[in-house]
Design a protein around this ligand. Structure first.
Ligand SMILES: [Fe+2]
Ligand SMILES: [Fe+2]
Length: 369
């Protein structure tokens, strides 16, 4: 099998080629980006190891151009980036650039070979649907649910000033807290620690700091989402308490009396009622601005976070996971679901999908009018 060895430095390119040749590969040496693109354009070469920088383009452009060429050829190549401990490379940033995997320098021939084999495997069209990814793939399904939740919040956001019924706000904030934070992100925290363990296991202790630092961004975003969900619940409950207080001053007897008077069109009763309602609405309005800010921050971060995970983090994890990891994760995921209550999760998820569909339909109909 042919492999492209990309490195602008002649000696380190030779070194990489020797390691690959000793593992039985036919190596095409590319000293610059143009040469690398030409080799990869040939259909028989699908895997490249980027050993170091090239003189005619920087790393971002090199990877970007290879990916553009992949798009034109409607195929995918596998790019493995070599890095040394001193490089201080952030894996997530590299993945966003378009790199698929990485190996440590100086090269460990066995690890390099193993990662190339994984690269070949990942190019198989059946790769994505392997049984051994069931646990990871279940996270993708939860992303669909979180997107439906995002639709609901987006509509609430538009209607907030007009006044969203309390039960809708209360339901949305507590459901998002349960489904996003208590279930989904907890499962992903398990995925995070499993992938760090796998990376250390495969690449050795040498690179063990890099994966931890790299995935801090995901963990950070989980914390931020959690904080926003907490704040959202907090503001909502304050708003609810204020409303209760406003309503309490408008006691039941008075309400009944006023209702009777209202029916008789008594002017004093009408003014009295209006005053109370105004008190309530002005207090309610006080909370709509911070609630609006929190919901916008939450939905904005959630959207970016889902994309980062779907496009880069989760596919990368799949390169390192086998059936045993899948089975372990499935057990851990089951524990998280049992703690919250499987039936409760199913019930809430179903409501989210239904409500999101109804609200979107309503919005579409309003737009058509
Ligand atoms: Fe996440
Ligand atoms: Fe996620």
């Amino acid at each position: 099998m042919k492999i492209v060895a990309i490195d602008g430095d002649r000696i380190s390119r030779r070194l990489l080629s020797n390691v690959l040749e000793r593992k039985g590969y036919t190596v095409l040496q590319a000293s610059d980006g143009k040469e690398a693109l030409r080799f990869l354009n040939s259909r028989s070469v699908k895997i490249a190891v980027i050993g170091g920088p090239v003189s005619d383009m920087d790393m971002a452009r090199l990877v970007g151009e290879i990916r553009t060429q992949d798009g034109i050829n409607s195929g995918q190549s596998c790019l493995i980036r070599a890095m040394s401990r001193s490089d201080k490379i952030d894996i997530l940033t590299e993945l966003e650039l378009g790199v698929d995997d990485f190996v440590e320098k100086p090269y460990n021939p066995d690890i390099l070979y193993y990662r190339i084999r994984f690269g070949e495997w990942s190019l198989d069209p059946m790769f994505e649907n392997k049984e051994s990814f069931n646990a990871i793939n279940s996270l993708f399904n939860e992303h669909r649910l979180l997107r439906a939740m995002d639709n609901i919040f987006s509509i609430i956001l538009k209607d907030l000033e007009k006044g969203v019924p309390d039960f809708v706000l209360g339901w949305a904030t507590s459901t998002a807290f349960t489904l996003n934070f208590k279930v989904h992100e907890q499962k992903e925290e398990i995925l995070l620690s499993t992938i760090v363990d796998k990376l250390v296991f495969q690449h050795g202790e040498g690179l063990c700091d890099i994966p931890k630092i790299s995935f801090e961004r995901i963990a950070d975003e989980h914390q931020k989402l959690e904080l926003l969900l907490f704040e959202m619940r907090e503001i909502f409950s304050q708003c609810f308490v204020e409303k209760e207080r406003a309503m309490a001053t408008f006691n039941k007897d008075q309400f009944n009396l006023n209702r009777g008077e209202l029916e008789k069109n008594n002017e004093t009763a009408i003014i009295d009622t209006k005053e109370h309602l105004n008190t309530y609405f002005s207090r309610h309005h006080e909370f709509s601005a911070p609630l609006k800010t929190i919901i916008s921050q939450y939905t904005g971060l959630l959207r970016a976070h889902l994309l980062l995970e779907e496009q880069h983090f989760i596919p990368f994890c799949k390169r390192y996971f086998d059936e045993e990891d899948n089975a372990k994760m499935a057990v851990e995921f089951g524990k998280i679901e049992s703690e919250v209550g499987k039936h409760e999760i199913e019930k809430q998820s179903e409501t989210v999908f239904q409500l999101s569909e109804i609200l979107l339909k309503q919005e579409k109909n309003q737009g058509n009018r």
